[in-house]
Design a protein around this ligand. Structure first.
Ligand code: GLA
Length: 386
């Protein structure tokens, strides 16, 4: 059953006396083509929203309660908008709902009680931002059912605030931003300092291949926070607001002033910003072949300078790169497992898939999951004809 029918049916069964038709809000997962760990350094990223999404079906309630049913988890949560909203003691998924409501209320929005059924097809735990897509779909449901028009940038910022202040994940803005504002057949070059962005076309005959490595990202939270602190320490040393403000020449001149580990972290961020800009330019100019060396260098930098890859991921990227059809490949997302991304001509997918399935499991012991994706539009209401 598709997501619309599934969520609608659930609400009909749960609220048989309701006469208001549900409204549907969708938001996509994402993959980052290049520009990793640059967002919280006020830098540049080049992600695309994917054709995998979270769908929220919502009906208004005539009271101040929020009732949510997570169909894929067969689980429920409810809370009252007039009472103080706290973390759920055991259901992590429910904290995105509680957190989004709390953030929007704290920003002065007069929210109305709603009942929600949610389901999705963004692979979870693979580093494709299923939680950002959940937040964005929820944000639309809360705001639109309360009579607000949604501003995509503000909603992405509200979702990031929810992650940072409520859920307790110190992420940057990339995932929420691209889930909110992604454009079909395009990646977005996002300037994470002023939040301006530019759609970058992905050539028609090119597909985005995502391969889930099967390695789960155990260390991600603690290592992520350590990387952020190291980047902040480097920026403080140079007396600037963020590493965005340091160029490669300055880093080279003053590298000896930094402890080796801080130097390597700074080098990754500064060179990765340049690579994200160069990759966007190459795509605009129709030089997709230039993405190969840029993505390979990004991978090397993530492995040696930022130290966020793991051996199985390195092997997976080597396998993808060794396939002559692939334009470029690298790990994508926060690191320590998750997924790799590759760009390739559409008609070569089965050959690439064959190589990955033949080699990866034998060489690493992990089972790969292969997704052929297109860049999709960002979050919004789905108008469904009854
Ligand atoms: C995670 C975070 C993002 C970004 C990436 C690394 O996905 O949520 O904000 O920092 O890692 O590029």
């Amino acid at each position: 059953m598709n997501l619309i029918d599934k969520t609608r049916q659930h609400l009909e069964q749960r609220y048989p006396r309701n006469t208001t038709p549900p409204r549907f809000f969708r938001a996509p997962g994402r993959v980052n083509l290049i520009g990793e760990h640059t967002d919280y350094n006020d830098g540049f990223v080049l992600p695309a929203a994917l054709n995998f999404e979270t769908l929220v079906a919502a009906i208004p309630q005539n009271n101040r309660r929020v009732e949510v049913f997570a169909l894929d988890k067969n689980d429920a949560d409810s809370f009252d908008l007039d009472e103080s909203i706290t973390l759920h003691p055991s259901k992590n998924w429910a904290n995105y709902v509680r957190g989004m409501a709390k953030t929007l209320l704290s920003e002065g929005k007069q929210l109305q009680g709603i009942a929600i059924a949610v389901s999705g097809n963004v692979p979870t735990s693979g580093g494709l931002s299923s939680s950002a897509s959940f937040e964005m779909a929820l944000g639309h449901a809360f705001l639109q059912l309360s009579g607000y028009r949604v501003d995509g940038v503000s909603l992405a910022l509200s979702a990031q605030k929810t992650e940072n202040g409520f859920v307790g994940v110190q992420c940057g803005i990339m995932d929420q931003f691209i889930s909110s504002l992604g454009q079909k057949d395009h990646a977005l070059l996002i300037d994470c300092r002023d939040l301006s962005y530019k759609p970058i076309p992905i050539p028609r005959d090119t597909v985005i291949i995502v391969v889930d490595s099967g390695v789960r990202r155990g260390l991600l939270d603690s290592e992520y926070n350590t990387r952020r602190q190291q980047c902040e320490a480097a920026a403080a040393h140079f007396g600037v607001k963020a590493l965005r403000d340091v160029d490669e020449a300055t880093l080279a001149q003053r590298a000896h002033e930094l402890a080796p580990v801080i130097r390597r972290r700074a080098k990754h961020v500064i060179t990765e910003n340049a690579r994200a800009l160069a990759a966007a330019q190459a795509l605009v100019q129709g030089n997709i072949a230039q993405l190969g060396p840029l993505m390979a260098e990004s991978q090397r930098s993530m492995r040696e300078d930022f130290e966020i890859t793991v051996p199985a991921i390195d092997t997976l990227v080597e396998i993808l790169q060794s396939s002559p059809e692939v334009y470029g490949a690298r790990m994508t997302g926060g690191g320590f497992g998750g997924s790799c991304v590759a760009l390739a001509p559409k008609n070569t997918v089965s050959a690439i898939k064959e190589i990955v399935y033949r080699r990866y499991q034998t060489e690493t012991g992990y089972h790969p999951v292969f997704y052929v994706c297109q860049a999709a539009d960002g979050a919004g209401e789905l108008i469904v004809k009854i």
